[in-house]
Design a protein around this ligand. Structure first.
Ligand code: ADP
Ligand code: MG
Length: 270
């Protein structure tokens, strides 16, 4: 992507308005660049309500950037974003975001219960003091992820899988309608993976929308019903059984996937 192409994308993007849709997250013509090179280029996306979506692509494909820019945490060069038909800022309370674990400073001194209570901040109000009811709510969320016995531990003292569960508990406390999780299964133990997928599936059963950046191609068909394949540009998106194909995967990974690898996946037939 050269700078001329970026400029063009930016100019095109100026006139864009978000599509009128009740989609939990829709993106139109979004380009994001940290410098000369686009991290996300000319991206269109409309996440179907109530779906469980995997965002899949190689390292450096712009997956984290796509989510962060959609949430306004990273500046966009161009493009429009809407959430539930509104500006993201207007519906932030309906969105829960779980960052990639590697991007969090775990020396931050906070107890597990405090981290989960951050998810209740709207409910806590301006005074910000927690009542017993809020503590009970936070403990209930920790229980759902099997971490209630760790409530007074320092977050930095937990294993990676345990930290991931605490973040999931905080997202649960937010009682959101749209959950965005960046690689929730990366580097976690099997029990945490199981707990996480069970919790996410129960959220989906409640009608909420889940979007995960996901790196493990072998679990895409089992865990998700919708997939977005990307490598800076969008390669394909749609129901897993339609777009999770060998051709689309090769296009996404630039032909770097071995046939043997592809054969192990439960792919949609082309
Ligand atoms: P993914 O999540 O798919 O691995 P990222 O969105 O993290 O990809 O990164 C996309 C590209 O943008 C990569 O080339 C990465 O090196 C670059 N990048 C990400 N964050 C920054 C940043 N804060 N500053 C500069 N470059 C960045
Ligand atoms: Mg990432």
């Amino acid at each position: 992507m050269n700078s001329a192409a970026l400029e063009l994308a930016a100019r095109d993007g100026e006139t864009l308005t978000p599509p009128v849709t009740e989609s939990p997250l829709s993106v139109r013509g979004m380009t994001v660049s940290y410098g000369e090179k686009a991290a996300v280029f000319s991206f269109d996306l409309s996440i179907p309500a109530g779906s469980m979506v995997a965002i899949v692509g190689p390292n450096g494909a712009g997956k984290s950037t796509l989510i962060k820019a959609a949430l306004g945490a990273v500046p966009k060069l161009s493009g429009a974003v809407a959430s539930f038909g509104q500006d993201v800022d207007a519906v932030r309370h309906r969105i829960a975001y779980v960052p990639q674990r590697a991007s969090v400073d775990w020396d931050f001194p906070a107890r597990v219960i405090d981290v989960v209570m951050m998810g209740l901040y709207r409910d806590l109000g301006l005074l910000g003091f927690a009542r017993k009811r809020h503590r009970d709510q936070a403990i209930a969320c920790l229980k759902r992820v099997g971490m209630d016995e760790f409530s007074t531990r320092q977050i930095g003292q937990l294993s990676g899988g345990q930290q991931q569960r605490v973040f999931l508990a905080r997202a649960l406390a937010q009682n959101a309608d749209l959950y965005l999780l960046d690689e929730p299964f990366a580097g976690v133990d099997a029990a945490t993976e199981r707990t996480t997928i069970d919790v996410l599936k129960s959220l989906k059963a409640e009608g909420r929308t889940i979007v995960c950046v996901h790196h493990d191609l072998t679990t895409v068909t089992e865990y998700f019903d919708h997939v977005v394949l990307m490598n800076i540009r969008k390669i394909a998106d749609g129901p897993v059984e339609e777009v999770f194909t060998a051709d689309n995967l090769q296009a996404t990974y630039g032909g770097r996937l071995a046939t043997a690898q592809i054969d192990q996946l439960h792919l949609a037939s082309t």
